[in-house]
Design a protein around this ligand. Structure first.
Ligand code: GLY
Ligand code: MN
Ligand code: MN
Length: 450
């Protein structure tokens, strides 16, 4: 696969963001206005900031990557207008902190109808809202919510001058969540690329691993490989967990030295033009699995393969969970890690004692992407898959070192194997094609150390 992304440049054409806006417009009521806010910069300490990460809904609708901006979508009088308010050009600020695109260029580059500076916001928004019936914003965005209600109050304050304020507010989240859930061909191609890049990083991690190396040193090998191929940031905090650390699900300390005869679990994915990969591989520090490690590893790998093979339109996470449960519970029973009546064990989902997290989740602009799972009262995720949905499949088994109820040979082993899948008309495509996963492939790659 060739990686076409140019480092630092959005790989999605602007027409893609225009198409996202049009899809949102189609869902809006007549005579309504929708508000979306950009993210703000976040202080790390004193006067230093974390790397900026754009609000994903705002990005989905604009592709615009500056902080503090606000997007208005107006659907009224048979017309649709996209209006951006953003930070002004400011020579001194730009010399110190970086360039801003300004309003004129933003309008052209992002194919917006009008762009204004943020300080024009209050006056203009009050005018846009006059006579409008309904406003949309994400109810879980507290700051946006406060801003919208203050806009509404300012229109109401002018009612004596004949201005009519919108009487209805509507949550934009379910609408945009459903749009984001189905990926376009362009988005899928980006996710294919970021998976490929992340696969290269997992390969490099396998080749750089040996006893005595610190987990954070492997983390940096991964981050370097991401950036070498244009994925500037990791999509989430990279997990490099040697031995028993793998039994901490969101382990990110990454500060321990690697130990021979232990496994190393790496959960790492790059972000490319905002889109995430989320891949986990588990392999032996020494380059050779011990027998107990191999046995449990094979069990998880078989469960993953069985689950993925079943993916096609119409299938649900609930059905996939049944396949994972049957596969893992049977395997654990055969290894005498679980005991009792097998049918009862499967009915009771007995593997969950060792498989302590969900089987997978939606993936996209967010690593745990938006989209309703349609979970019922039994906590079964009933949403039927459709082509264009992207998701992870990530079975695991976790046997903590201090759990004396487990036979000693299994203790301290934590395994997760995680792939990224796109649902297609025919079934599925596994985007995680170049991250080695079989025992033979892993051992061969690690033997050819760099
Ligand atoms: N990397 C987080 C997850 O696998 O869900
Ligand atoms: Mn995941
Ligand atoms: Mn993961």
């Amino acid at each position: 696969m060739t990686i076409q992304n140019i480092p630092g440049i959005s790989a999605l054409p602007i027409s893609e963001f225009v198409s996202h806006r049009n899809k949102f417009f189609n869902q809006m009521a007549d005579n309504s206005v929708a508000f979306f806010s950009a993210a703000n910069e976040v202080t790390r300490s004193n006067d230093t900031e974390f790397a900026f990460c754009q609000n994903k809904n705002f990005y989905y609708l604009t592709g615009f990557n500056e902080p503090d901006a606000m997007l208005l979508l107006i659907k009224a009088a048979g017309e649709q207008q996209s209006i951006l308010f953003s930070l002004p050009k400011d020579k001194m600020h730009e010399i110190w902190h970086g360039r801003r695109i300004g309003q004129e260029k933003a309008c052209q580059q992002y194919q917006l109808d009008q762009c204004f500076t943020l300080d024009e916001k209050n006056e203009r928004v009050a005018k846009y809202l006059a006579g409008i019936d309904k406003v949309y914003f994400s109810f879980n965005d507290e700051k946006m919510s406060a801003t919208v209600f203050s806009f509404l109050a300012s229109v109401r304050a002018k009612s004596r001058q004949g201005l009519k304020a919108p009487a209805h507010v509507c949550d934009a989240s379910p609408i945009i969540d459903d749009l984001r859930l189905i990926k376009s061909a362009n988005e899928i191609e980006l996710m294919r690329q970021v998976n490929y890049i992340s696969g290269l990083a997992h390969q490099r991690a396998m080749q750089k691993t040996s006893a005595g190396v610190f987990e954070y040193q492997i983390e940096n090998e991964i981050l370097h490989e991401f950036t070498r191929h244009g994925a500037r940031y990791a999509a989430y905090a990279t997990i490099v967990a040697g031995g028993d650390n793998a039994n901490i699900l969101h382990y990110t300390n990454n500060d321990a030295p690697l130990v021979n005869n232990e496994l190393l679990l790496i959960d790492a994915g790059g972000e490319l033009s905002g889109y995430a990969a989320d891949i986990t591989r588990t392999f032996p520090v020494s380059g050779k699995f011990t027998e107990p490690q191999k046995t449990l590893y094979q069990l998880v790998l078989t469960a993953k393969s069985r689950v993925i093979t079943a993916i096609k339109p119409g299938v649900t996470f609930a059905q996939l969970n049944d396949i994972a449960n049957e596969s893992l519970t049977t395997g654990l029973f055969e290894l005498e890690i679980l005991s009792g009546d097998l049918d009862e064990l499967i009915k009771d989902k007995a593997c969950k004692k060792y498989f302590i997290h969900g089987l997978g989740h939606w993936l996209g602009l967010d690593v745990h992407d938006v989209g309703d799972y349609q979970t019922n009262e039994n906590r079964e995720q009933q949403r039927a898959f459709s082509p264009g949905m992207t998701l992870t499949i990530e079975p695991g088994l976790y046997m903590p070192l201090d759990d004396i109820s487990i036979a000693e040979q299994w203790r301290g082993i934590g395994i997760r194997i995680e792939d990224n899948i796109v649902v297609t008309e025919q079934g599925y495509e596994n985007l995680t094609a170049n991250s080695p996963e079989t025992v033979a492939d892993i051992e061969a790659l690690m033997a050819a150390k760099k």
